[in-house]
Design a protein around this ligand. Structure first.
Ligand SMILES: Nc1ncnc2c1ncn2[C@@H]1O[C@H](COP(=O)(O)OP(=O)(O)O)[C@@H](O)[C@H]1O
Ligand SMILES: [Mg+2]
Length: 495
């Protein structure tokens, strides 16, 4: 075992400080002996300081201090703090037990050996899947427990471009390998070129009969402040229309009636306007409505990765669709648990990209009710959430606090960092401060899906292209060349 430092100052059972002999990076694992046995610690902060150089106030003294520091090995101090993640013998059994007492001051700090970390982080059992390598030990692969994702929810919280969608694509790939069922709510058409097995793309359909009049108004793009238009629609959208085999004709018939026979001139004008709006909406996105479809569930296939394309919809339309789909999925899983007829006989994982638009903190959305319900009680029925967001502080905190596992990276805004520290127990202020310095694909994985919290370099999903920054200059050059090449010499002569 390589001794790299010595425990100093005040130590607590869960937290130690040590001086290091050499470089120790944040995310490194070290071991120290305690009265309860060997404990594993995650290095959360690492500082390098020259005592002489910290006290200077002018250039000349700084240069002198630099020379003095060079010949005085005591001057440069490497000071680290580390958090206990558990006793080694228990971690190896998959249990987290913390030391009851801190190590003695002066205890040696050892670098955790690769072999030990491999035994902790690599797991071949069937519910575990590989997602990357320890950031500070490239030779140690990291497995996560998919059963925990499929029961206790997961939040992927990271700044834009840090690899959230890549991690989600990787999880989807792993779920597909296990024949699992997943629904990805794709708000930005990010997954349409993801070519992994069992992936299918679904254009959502909704039966207008199942919408209330406000939802129908939203789906038809009637402005939310156009109260007169909404009133007219509500009057026209009768029970007879709802039951009519020719839904749109029946609705339009009622509206035409108002447009022609209503006494009030203004109402006649409004009814005509609503008719125009319906005509326009059906022309533009009529394919989303299907007056025959029995249940949205028929479009979602069990044991597949279903990408629900929500691009092209307004925020509110996407919320309405999501509310209908998720309510049906939850009800179906309740039926499955009660041994009634159901479509999904095994758990369903629902991934929500741009989660802050669907369950915002400060207001309720059309689908926040069902998402909160799944977060609270989905576990009982085998419906779980993966929430993906780059603005965690805008996420509903109650829902976020139900998440059992987290992947976090690159959050720079203090409000986002504080939010993450509030909803997870294991990201401390020190570790939170290092979040902004993580590079793309480098994430803190914590919670129930991983044996102990760790900084991980997530594997890149080669099959995913969307999200990459376009090489605009290269593409222009290519485009221009292609343009030239299209004209053959014979054609040029003819010109
Ligand atoms: N683990 C990773 N390793 C290497 N590159 C990655 C990794 N994750 C993402 N990237 C790259 O970073 C870019 C942004 O990733 P993406 O997953 O779309 O980020 P986000 O969804 O957080 O905005 C992509 O071009 C992708 O190729
Ligand atoms: Mg993304």
């Amino acid at each position: 075992m390589v001794e790299i430092g010595i425990v100093v100052g005040e130590a607590r059972p869960e937290w130690i400080q040590f001086f290091a002999k050499d470089v120790v990076r944040v995310g490194e694992f070290v071991t120290v002996d305690t009265v309860d046995g060997q404990a594993l610690y995650l290095v959360e902060s690492s500082k390098l300081e020259s005592k002489l150089l910290s006290r200077v106030h002018d250039y000349i003294t700084a240069m002198e201090a630099k020379e003095a520091s060079k010949v005085n090995p005591r001057d440069t101090v490497r000071y680290c703090t580390a958090r206990a993640v558990g006793l080694v013998k228990d971690i190896l059994k998959g249990i987290r037990v913390y030391p009851t007492l801190p190590p003695d001051p002066g205890s040696p700090v050892f670098l955790a050996e690769d072999e030990l970390l491999r035994r902790i982080f690599h797991n071949d059992s069937k519910e575990w899947v590989e997602v990357g390598r320890l950031l500070r030990r490239n030779s140690v692969t990291v497995s996560v427990n998919l059963n925990k994702v499929a029961s206790r929810h997961l939040a992927i919280l990271a700044a834009t471009g840090k690899g959230k969608s890549n991690l989600l694509a990787l999880i989807a790939k792993r779920v597909a390998e296990k024949n699992g069922t997943m629904v990805i709510l794709d708000y930005h058409a990010e997954y349409y070129d993801l070519k992994i097995e069992k992936m299918r793309f679904v254009c959502p359909k909704i039966n207008p009969r199942y919408l209330d009049s406000e939802e129908l108004a939203d789906m038809l793009d009637i402005r939310s402040d156009a109260t007169k238009q909404r009133d007219v629609l509500r009057r026209a959208y009768t029970k007879d229309v709802m039951r009519s085999p020719n839904f749109w004709e029946a609705l339009e018939e009622n509206l035409r009636n108002e447009a022609e026979n209503e006494e009030d001139f203004q109402t006649r004008v409004t009814a005509r306007r609503v008719l125009e709006i319906i005509e326009r909406s059906l022309a533009i996105k009529g394919n989303i409505f299907d007056t025959e479809v029995e249940s949205p569930l028929n479009l979602i296939e069990p044991n597949k990765i279903n990408v629900l394309d929500l691009s092209g919809l307004t925020e509110i339309q996407a919320q309405i669709i999501v509310a209908h789909y998720l309510t049906e999925i939850l009800n179906d899983r309740k039926n499955a648990m009660l041994k009634r007829k159901s479509r999904f006989r095994s758990p369903v994982v629902i991934a929500v990209e741009e989660a802050h638009t669907f369950i915002p903190q400060d207001r309720s959305s059309r689908c926040s009710g069902v998402l909160a319900r799944i977060a609270r009680e989905g576990r009982k029925f085998g419906v779980s959430l993966i929430l993906v967001s780059q603005r965690p502080c805008k996420l509903n905190a109650d829902v976020a606090s139900q998440m059992g596992s987290f992947a976090i990276s690159g959050l720079t805004h203090p409000r986002d960092q504080n939010f993450v520290m509030e909803v997870t127990d294991e990201v401390s202020t020190e570790l939170g401060a290092s979040l902004s310095s993580l590079n793309t694909g480098e994430m803190i994985l914590t919670g129930q899906w991983i044996t102990v919290p760790a900084l991980v370099k997530v594997d890149l999903v080669e099959e995913k292209h969307m999200g990459m920054d376009l090489d605009a200059v290269g593409l222009w050059a290519e485009d221009a060349n292609v343009g030239r090449k299209r004209i053959s010499t014979e054609e040029l002569i003819k010109l």
